[in-house]
Design a protein around this ligand. Structure first.
Ligand SMILES: Nc1ncnc2c1ncn2[C@@H]1O[C@H](COP(=O)(O)OP(=O)(O)OP(=O)(O)O)[C@@H](O)[C@H]1O
Ligand SMILES: [Zn+2]
Length: 916
């Protein structure tokens, strides 16, 4: 087997680690406590699980503070690849395996037990064998030497698979002992059964049986005799009993008869009483009938109708037809009544309607009159308004006339110009409608005058200026015309001319002023006329409007007057209509009163009818009651006749029964009864005695029968015992031969083991000597002796022998390693040819060794490799060993996380290590 790769998660001091391993020698190195041993333990744990933990538990395996751990190991064995995986989980403070899987090339095995079993079969080693052979744990170098010879024997035997033979031998021995125990037991049984048979045979059982049977036959004869006697006694007893029974029956019949006679008599008198009661009831009913007849006669007399009081069926019919007639009449009356009521209803309604209509009409008439009055009032108003308007119209006409008179053609109105005031000029007389044109003419004229006047005013101003200048010049002595000195000036006269011109101009201006004033006055008059003209126009408009309104008003007044008259007429009509309706209503009222009288009459007749009908019905009722009474009387009569008949029959029965009783009384014989009683008593006495005797004899017979049964049973048992004896004898023989076989088997296994062991011991001794010589080249020791019980003895050169315990520490270590390697080789070479082996694992093998011996150890390791050990893993920090490694693994603990780490190093590291 070869470990190829191991992966760890939270396994003890490892956090996350993954390491691949090679064939050949691998040296694991690192400082103390870095996790070297733990790595080896992990390989061991991966293979065997909790069995690899000795006395520790699963929770020790999980890194402190974590709650899950994983271990995975890939390995090759016999050229096949395998992978084992385990997962642990902390639940509370206990760890459990949550996954355990082994993948083999063929299949996958699950579960810790099955995985361990498969691995044990595969490696042909259990966990214990693994540590004894392949895995030399730290500090266990002396294990094999310290062990007692028998422990060592067991260890080595187990490794060599000889343990099984010892087991078989022990099993054979156990089987032999087991057979022995059974055989001893069976022999005891055999003795016991045999003595029982002998005892039983000595008892003469057949003779005893014959004697008992004879005795029993005699007893049976005697029993039969007594039984015959008993039967006779029983006959006698039965006959006597018959007589007594008959006597008893007769007596009972007489008693029954007496009872029957008594009961019949009482029934007869009871029925007689009933007959009498019925008679009384008949009498009562007859009386009631007569009373009813009287009542009926009274009623009929009261009615005074043609009905025969004697009353029979025909009479009833007559009454019924009377009632029918009366009811028919009542129905007629009822119809009439309904008609009358309906007509009252209709008429009352009609009356109400009429009165309502009349009231309505009156109201309408009142409304019409009111409207007419309103119209009249408004007509008065209208007329006074018309009057006012007419007045206004006349005023307007007057004003217009007077205004028109002021115009030229105004004289046409008749009033002459004498009325004209003196102011008005005839030249200015203007016709109506021409003022406008005239005003325009005068306006133009005035403008011309004003313009002339303004021109003259300007001229005056110019003349004034010239005068003023000339005067100034003149004062200065200058010519007013040319400005030259006045002396000699021809122009001095000019000033006067100018003054003249000015006076002329002023005169002219005054004329123009006057002319303008005249024009202004004429203009004013004309304006006034113009004003009058406009006013006339307005007044005429006004007059026309007033005239039109007046005309309209008149038309409206006429219409309104017509309407008022119409309303008045309408009111008259409505009133007369109301009156006629009211009259109609009054007529209806008196009609209704008359009808009410008829209603009263009908009701009166109806109540009289009802009374008569009731009386007649009562008469019919009485007839019914009387008939019912007659029927009752008849029933009672019939019943009385029946009872009579019944009693006659009873009386007949009574006499028969009395006869029978008399016969039975005479039949009764007291002597015969007495004899029967005595016979019975005697027979009973005898039977009692004989029964006692029979009981005795039967008990005796049963006893004998029991004894016979007992003897027969003993004979059967004897037969069975003989059979049993045969069986047990046979079984003992079989067991004896089985015991012999087990004994042979036990010796065979024992011999086989010591033979095999002897062969192995010889090989082992040779291998041990070879190895020891290789690692301990020393002159002191001549060789090692290993005997059949694995007793080890070391011989010194001088021939003295030594117990291995007496060797030095280092020597012991080397000796032990030699023994381990020898065993490993023995196993590897195999008893039956080479077998694949687990890696050889050595944890700190050099502790006790000096450097010289380390060299020897190195050669041991190398020789093992050369001998074909596939993989050797050594934990050591010895430089020499490191130097001999094919590959290196360095283990280091991270100072901060406190987790171990694995690192592959190649041999060049040797140089580094050597340099340290
Ligand atoms: N369950 C655990 N969780 C964490 N650490 C653990 C656990 N069990 C053991 N350890 C630690 O693992 C460390 C490594 O121990 P191991 O015996 O493998 O060291 P080593 O390298 O073989 O040392 P030495 O050279 O002294 O033999 C120890 O320090 C120990 O405290
Ligand atoms: Zn002049």
């Amino acid at each position: 087997m070869r470990a190829d790769r191991i992966r760890l998660l939270n396994f003890k001091c490892y956090g996350n680690a993954d390491l691949s391993l090679d064939r050949g020698v691998t040296v694991v190195h690192g400082v103390n406590g870095s996790g070297k041993s733990t790595l080896l333990e992990a390989v061991f744990f991966a293979l065997y699980g909790s069995k690899a933990l000795d006395d520790r538990t699963l929770d020790d395996v999980i890194t402190t503070g974590e709650d899950e751990a994983e271990i995975e190991l890939w390995f090759t064995h016999d050229n096949r690849e395998y992978r084992v995986e385990r997962r642990l989980k902390l639940r509370g403070d206990r760890a459990t395996t949550t996954k355990c899987v082994l993948e083999t090339p063929a299949d996958t095995i699950e579960g810790a037990r099955d995985v361990r079993r498969t691995i044990t079969e595969l490696l042909r080693m259990d966990a214990e064998a693994f540590v004894n052979c392949a895995y030399v744990r730290q500090g266990e170098v002396n294990k094999l030497i310290h062990a007692s010879p028998s422990d060592r024997q067991d260890m080595i035997d187990d490794l060599l698979q000889l343990g099984a033979l010892e087991e078989y031998r022990e099993r054979a021995s156990e089987a032999r002992l087991g057979v022995k125990t059974v055989l001893d037991g069976q022999r005891d049984v055999l003795d016991d059964v045999r003595s029982q048979v002998e005892q039983k045979e000595a008892q003469d059982l057949h003779d005893t049986l014959n004697a008992l049977e004879t005795e029993r036959d005699e007893l049976v004869d005697e029993l039969e005799h007594y039984e015959t006697q008993r039967e006779q006694a029983v006959d006698t007893l039965e006959t006597a009993q018959d007589v007594l029974d008959r006597h008893q029956e007769t007596r009972e019949e007489i008693e029954t008869l007496t009872e029957a006679i008594d009961s019949l008599q009482s029934k007869i008198s009871e029925t007689e009483r009933q007959r009498e009661t019925a008679q009384n009831e008949i009498r009562d009913r007859k009386e009631t009938r007569e009373e009813l007849a009287e009542e009926r006669d009274d009623l009929l007399a009261e009615l005074d109708r043609d009905i025969d009081p004697a009353g029979d069926a025909d009479n009833d019919e007559t009454i019924k037809s009377h009632i029918a007639d009366l009811e028919a009449r009542d129905e007629e009356l009822q119809d009439e009544l309904a008609d009358v009521r309906a007509s009252i209803q209709t008429k009352t309604e009609e009356e109400e309607r009429l009165r309502e209509a009349a009231a309505d009409l009156d109201a309408q008439a009142a409304d019409a009159r009111e409207d007419a009055a309103e119209f009249s009032e408004r007509l008065d108003d209208d007329e006074s308004e018309i009057e006012a308007r007419e007045e206004k119209l006349a005023d307007l006409e007057d004003e217009i006339e007077s205004l028109r008179a002021r115009f030229a053609d105004g004289e046409a109105t008749g009033d002459s110009g004498s009325d004209n005031d003196g102011d008005s000029d005839n030249d200015d007389a203007v016709a109506f409608g021409e003022t406008q044109a005239r005003l325009a003419e005068l306006e133009t004229e005035r403008e011309d005058v004003v313009a002339d006047r303004n021109d003259i005013t300007a001229d005056i101003k110019a003349v004034d200026n010239a005068i003023e200048e000339a005067e100034t010049l003149l004062e200065a002595g200058k010519c007013p015309e040319c400005g030259q000195p006045v002396e000699n000036s021809p122009h001095v006269d000019v000033l006067d001319e100018k003054r003249e011109e000015r006076a002329e101009l002023a005169e002219r201006r005054d004329e123009l002023e006057t002319e303008r004033a005249e024009l202004d006055a004429r203009l004013e008059d004309l304006e006034a006329l113009r004003e009058a003209e406009r006013r006339v126009e307005r007044l005429e408009d006004n007059r026309d409007n007033v005239a039109q309104l007046l005309a309209e008003k008149r038309a409206a007044v006429d219409e309104r007057r017509d309407q008022r008259d119409a309303l008045r007429e309408e009111a008259d009509d409505l009133e007369s209509e109301a009156k006629s309706k009211r009259e109609a209503a009054d007529n209806l009222e008196s009609e209704i009163d008359e009808i009410r009288v008829t209603l009263g009459e009908i009701n009166g007749e109806r109540s009289a009818l009802k009374e008569t009908i009731q009386t007649l019905e009562r008469v019919l009722e009485i007839a019914d009651e009387r008939a019912e009474l007659a029927r009752e009387i008849e029933t009672r009569r019939e019943r009385r006749a029946d009872w009579q008949e019944m009693n006659d029959e009873r009386r007949e029965t009574l006499s028969t029964k009395r006869d029978r009783k008399r016969d039975l009384d005479s039949e009764f014989d007291e002597d015969r009864v007495q004899t029967a009683r005595e016979d019975k008593q005697n027979a009973e006495g005898y039977i009692d005695q004989v029964d006692e005797k029979l009981d005795e004899l039967e008990a005796e017979r049963d006893d004998l029968q029991g004894k016979i049964g007992g003897v027969e049973e003993k004979l059967d048992e004897l037969e069975r015992l003989r059979d049993r004896l045969d069986t047990v004898e046979q079984r003992c023989e079989t067991l004896e031969s089985l015991y012999g076989e087990a004994e042979t088997l036990q010796t065979t296994y024992g011999e086989l083991r010591s033979e095999l062991r002897q062969r192995n011991v010889e090989t082992l001794e040779r291998l041990l000597n070879e190895t020891f010589e290789l690692v301990y080249q020393n002159d002191s020791y001549a060789g090692i002796d290993l005997d059949g019980d694995y007793q080890l003895t070391v011989y010194q050169k001088d021939g003295e022998s030594l117990d291995p315990e007496q060797l030095s520490g280092g020597e012991r270590a080397l000796f032990n390693l030699s023994l381990r390697c020898a065993i490993y080789r023995l196993l590897a070479e195999g008893v039956e040819g080479a077998a694949p082996m687990p890696p050889l694992i050595l944890d700190e093998p050099t502790v006790f060794l000096d450097s010289g011996h380390v060299t020897q150890l190195v050669s041991l390791v190398e020789s093992m490799r050369d001998l074909g050990v596939e993989q050797i893993v050594v934990v050591s920090h010895d430089r020499e060993l490191v130097g001999a490694a094919d590959s290196l693994v360095r283990v280091e603990k991270d100072a901060t996380s406190n987790r171990s780490q694995l690192e592959r190093g190649e041999p060049p590291e040797t140089a580094l290590l050597a340099a340290e």
